[in-house]
Design a binder for this molecule. Structure first.
Ligand SMILES: CC(=O)CC(=O)SCCNC(=O)CCNC(=O)[C@H](O)C(C)(C)COP(=O)(O)OP(=O)(O)OC[C@H]1O[C@@H](n2cnc3c(N)ncnc32)[C@H](O)[C@@H]1OP(=O)(O)O
Ligand SMILES: NC(=O)C1=CN([C@@H]2O[C@H](COP(=O)(O)OP(=O)(O)OC[C@H]3O[C@@H](n4cnc5c(N)ncnc54)[C@H](OP(=O)(O)O)[C@@H]3O)[C@@H](O)[C@H]2O)C=CC1
Length: 283
């Protein structure tokens, strides 16, 4: 399976990062979102990241322009008609992802691989929305994508060995480290990370300590680069809540119940860094 052209769906924080690393690795990339303004916002972030690399003299202006030239903006799913791989990074919602995959299955070439960057939703269920479940796979990048080395690769029930191998090889061309996991709610990363974040929110909710103190304990005591509440703001509180709900529903275990304070913040539209306010305020 030869992968040359990649379509990334969703130009948010994850989609723009994925598009950037694919373009830097030499792939032709189509970056798709619902509206031009969202795609432009994603391309703006990529330009800013690459300019920083130029300032640090890790890349020349010519190299930056070559990378930027590999990126094409799109607001039409029909642009998937000639791609080899789609990486979906729209919001963490099964209905939206299933609908996207059903449409992509109709549009993308028969041989194309359809991957999802979902952080917790079952790949097997996403694959069932298509007539090519053997070509559907999870490709779970970490935030911020240009910096983090891991890509968790999730095999759905029907994912073929050939598709797994092609995605593992492609991940290495992005200078990332693939780790294979099976399809269970939250996979490995968020099954372990998100209950810790949820517990940190309970710790705040129950008045055990201030948000700053909770973050300091985990930063200074456990050497985490960010405290759990700062990390929750960074990931997006909506995404954190969707993941906890997937764990809660998927395992049917009350230990995964989302903290009411997390629900309250999401209902208020306090989604973290991306909306300017979460546990902390960002100007
Ligand atoms: C929810 C899920 O499904 C899965 C997830 O992704 S969970 C989230 C996983 N991610 C994490 O846990 C991140 C934890 N945080 C960290 O590792 C660090 O705080 C961090 C890498 C984000 C920033 O590191 P820092 O040392 O505090 O800041 P800083 O010195 O400014 O940045 C370090 C480097 O990262 C780069 N960087 C930081 N943020 C960046 C961003 N958003 N995009 C691109 N590059 C970025 C900087 O340019 C800098 O690069 P160089 O070293 O090459 O110069
Ligand atoms: N945040 C994180 O740390 C991580 C997130 N993920 C996963 O990546 C995915 C994206 O998350 P993230 O980038 O943080 O979210 P963002 O909210 O930053 O971005 C999502 C983007 O997708 C767009 N979108 C929504 N629906 C559609 C659609 N039908 N077609 C095309 N685009 C659409 C959104 O547009 P609009 O603004 O209009 O809604 C938005 O621009 C989620 O599945 C998430 O779980 C995975 C790893 C880490």
């Amino acid at each position: 399976m030869i992968i040359q052209k990649v379509m990334v769906i969703g130009a948010g924080q994850m989609g723009s990062g994925i598009a950037q690393v694919c373009a830097q690795a030499g792939y032709e990339v189509v970056l798709n979102d619902l509206k031009d303004e969202f795609v432009d916002r994603g391309l703006h972030v990529i330009r800013k990241n690459l300019s920083r690399q130029v300032e640090k003299e890790r890349m020349t202006v010519e190299e930056m322009n070559t990378v930027l030239d590999r990126l094409t903006a799109s607001t039409e799913l029909t642009d998937a008609k000639d791609v080899d791989l789609v990486i979906e990074a729209a919001i963490e919602n099964m209905e939206i992802k299933a609908k996207l995959f059903a449409q992509l299955d109709e549009i993308a070439p028969r041989e194309a691989i359809l991957a999802s960057n979902t952080s917790s939703l079952p790949i097997t269920e996403i694959a069932a929305a298509t007539k090519r479940p053997e070509k559907v796979i999870g490709m779970h990048f970490m935030n911020p994508v240009p910096v983090m080395k891991l890509v968790e690769i999730i095999r759905g029930l029907a994912t073929s060995d050939e598709v797994y191998q092609a995605i593992e090889d492609m991940t290495k061309t992005l200078k990332k480290v693939p780790v294979e996991v099976n399809d269970f709610p939250g996979f490995v990363s968020n099954r372990i990370l998100m209950p810790m974040i949820n517990e940190a929110i309970y710790t705040l909710y129950e008045g055990v300590a201030t948000k700053e103190a909770i973050d300091d304990v985990m930063k200074l005591g456990m050497n985490h680069p960010m405290g759990p509440l700062t990390l929750a703001d960074f990931i997006g509180l909506d995404t954190c809540l969707y993941i906890m709900e997937t764990l809660h529903e998927g395992f049917g275990d009350t230990k995964y119940r989302p903290c009411p304070l997390l629900r309250k913040y999401v209902k208020a539209g306090w989604l973290g860094k991306k909306t300017g306010r979460g546990f902390y305020q960002y100007s």
